[in-house]
Design a protein around this ligand. Structure first.
Ligand SMILES: [Zn+2]
Ligand SMILES: [Zn+2]
Length: 287
């Protein structure tokens, strides 16, 4: 039995989610962690930590929001092993025209008094919204959306709509047009957007699944010094040298893994074996 099985083996993992994230998290974590069961924690209002549709603004940073959900899940269920996640959508700092999805996963283990976390970022997102002033505009916009495979939200304003005028999880055209007509009659327009909740947005559900797969791999890495699980990436070092001039570039050079238990650190070269960067990505050769 290794340290991963000693820590998690045979335990019940609670999932603090109202949006069926157990469908993405369970299959990725159950076998690698040798869990006995993955169980949704019922009756939990995770939206009180903030909702995408804006009825409640998120006051906590994403990582803290995920941790708060996990803690709430632990106290509601009595389980000592609980996972929660929090997603954010924003323009990528290095590619401002591209939207990205950042998912934080937090695994709270009250038995070992440890909290494991993992951050995952992807450009594969289904996130779009527009103010529509007519039925034609609505139909034209929706023709470009992955709808009805992904659900929609209809509301009067992009920000600050009253909760009783927000229609989430709209999954059919007839339903969409009815909600649009209602909001349009009162406000002269409606904000239409892809629902970002995991169960309404298969692209986001896949991102959570990919995040969980990576998290399981990171948890399975044991510290070379004390054998604790989650010898995880703590730093990403830039500076891959240019193949032409040898100057450091902004590209990834190496990773540094660190153990949160004993502080051991280890440098790890790029997994793809690259030791040089293309001069096209070098600021000295290609300013
Ligand atoms: Zn260690
Ligand atoms: Zn160069």
């Amino acid at each position: 039995m290794n340290a991963l099985e000693r820590t998690f083996g045979g335990r019940v993992l609670g999932v603090a989610s109202m949006h069926h994230k157990e469908r993405a998290l369970g299959p990725q974590l159950a076998a690698p962690l040798a869990l006995r069961e993955v169980r949704v924690i019922e009756g939990l209002d995770t939206d009180r930590f903030g909702a995408f549709s804006g009825e409640r603004a998120r006051e906590l940073a994403p990582r803290e929001a995920a941790l708060a959900k996990a803690r709430a899940g632990a106290s509601a269920s009595g389980l000592d092993l609980v996972i929660a996640s929090e997603g954010s959508f924003f323009p990528h700092p290095l590619a401002p025209l591209a939207s990205c999805d950042e998912e934080w996963l937090v695994l709270l283990d009250q038995r070992s008094e440890r909290c494991f976390e993992h951050r995952y970022v992807t450009f594969d997102v289904a996130h779009a919204g527009r103010m529509c002033r007519s039925l034609d505009e609505l139909r034209e916009f929706c023709a470009h959306l992955p709808f009805p495979s992904h659900q929609l939200v209809v509301r009067p304003q992009q920000h600050g709509s009253p909760p009783d005028e927000i229609f989430k999880g709209v999954a059919e055209l007839r339903e969409l047009e009815a909600h649009f007509a209602l909001v349009h009659a009162r406000h002269g327009a409606a904000w239409i957007e892809l629902d970002l909740r995991a169960h309404a947005n298969p692209t986001r559900m896949r991102a959570i699944e990919a995040a969980a797969r990576e998290f399981a791999e990171e948890l399975a890495r044991l510290c070379p010094q004390c054998c604790a699980p989650h010898f995880a990436v703590a730093l990403r070092l830039a500076g891959l040298p240019c193949a032409q001039c040898g100057e450091p570039t902004r590209s990834l050079l190496a990773l540094v893994r660190r153990c949160a238990e004993c502080g051991a650190e280890q440098r790890e070269e790029r997994a793809d074996g690259r030791r040089e960067e293309d001069p096209g990505a070098c600021e000295a050769c290609n300013p």
